[in-house]
Design a protein around this ligand. Structure first.
Ligand code: 5GP
Length: 144
C-alpha cells in the first residue's frame, strides 16, 4: 500500500472504532483510543489512534490531531512504565507498506522494553491471549 491513497474505511482500526470487531481498550476520550495490540511484540504493547481523523500516516495528519496523539502516547507510556516497570520503552510509527505499516489508519505503538527480553517481530509475534491482554490493560489503566 502506497503512502498516497484514499483512506479505506474497512481497515481493522476503523472497524474497532465502529465497534464492529472487539478490542481490549486501555483508555479513551472523545479524541483518542488506546488499546492493546492483538499481536504484541512484547508484554504491554499498546496502540494509540485518533477517533476523529482519517489520516493514514504521519504525512496526512492534521497538526492538532498529531499534538493530541503525541500527548496521548506520552500519557499511555507513562502509565505503561508505572504499571509494568520496564527498563525502557519504544515508540514506533510506520508509514506505507515499504515503511513497515500494515494497518492504514495512523497509529503509534508504545512497547515496553526489558533488557533481558528480545523484542518479538513486528506483526509476527502471534495472537495474544485476550484474557491476559485484559489483565495487562487493567493494570495500565489503573496507573493512568
Ligand atoms: P502497523 O504494522 O500498521 O504499524 O501496526 C499494526 C498493528 O496492528 C500491528 O502491531 C498488529 O499486531 C496490530 N493488529 C493487527 N490486527 C489487529 C487487530 O485485529 N486487533 C488489534 N488490537 N491489533 C491488531
Amino acid at each position: 500500500m502506497t503512502l498516497h491513497a484514499p483512506y479505506d474505511p474497512s481497515n481493522i482500526f476503523a472497524k474497532i472504532l465502529r465497534g464492529e470487531i472487539p478490542a481490549v481498550k486501555v483508555w479513551e476520550d472523545d479524541q483518542v483510543l488506546a488499546f492493546m495490540d492483538a499481536f504484541p511484540q512484547g508484554e504491554g504493547h499498546v496502540l494509540v489512534i485518533s477517533k476523529v481523523s482519517t489520516a493514514r500516516n504521519l504525512l496526512e495528519v492534521e497538526p492538532d490531531t498529531l499534538a493530541t496523539l503525541a500527548a496521548a502516547a506520552q500519557r499511555t507510556a507513562s502509565a505503561v512504565v508505572k504499571a509494568l516497570s520496564p527498563d525502557g520503552f519504544s515508540i514506533m510509527q510506520f508509514n506505507g507498506e515499504a515503511g513497515g505499516q500494515t494497518v492504514f489508519h495512523l497509529h503509534f505503538h508504545i512497547i515496553p522494553r526489558w533488557s533481558d527480553r528480545p523484542l518479538k517481530g513486528h506483526g509476527s509475534g502471534g495472537m495474544a491471549d485476550m484474557d491476559e491482554l485484559k489483565v495487562t490493560a487493567a493494570k495500565i489503566r489503573a496507573a493512568l
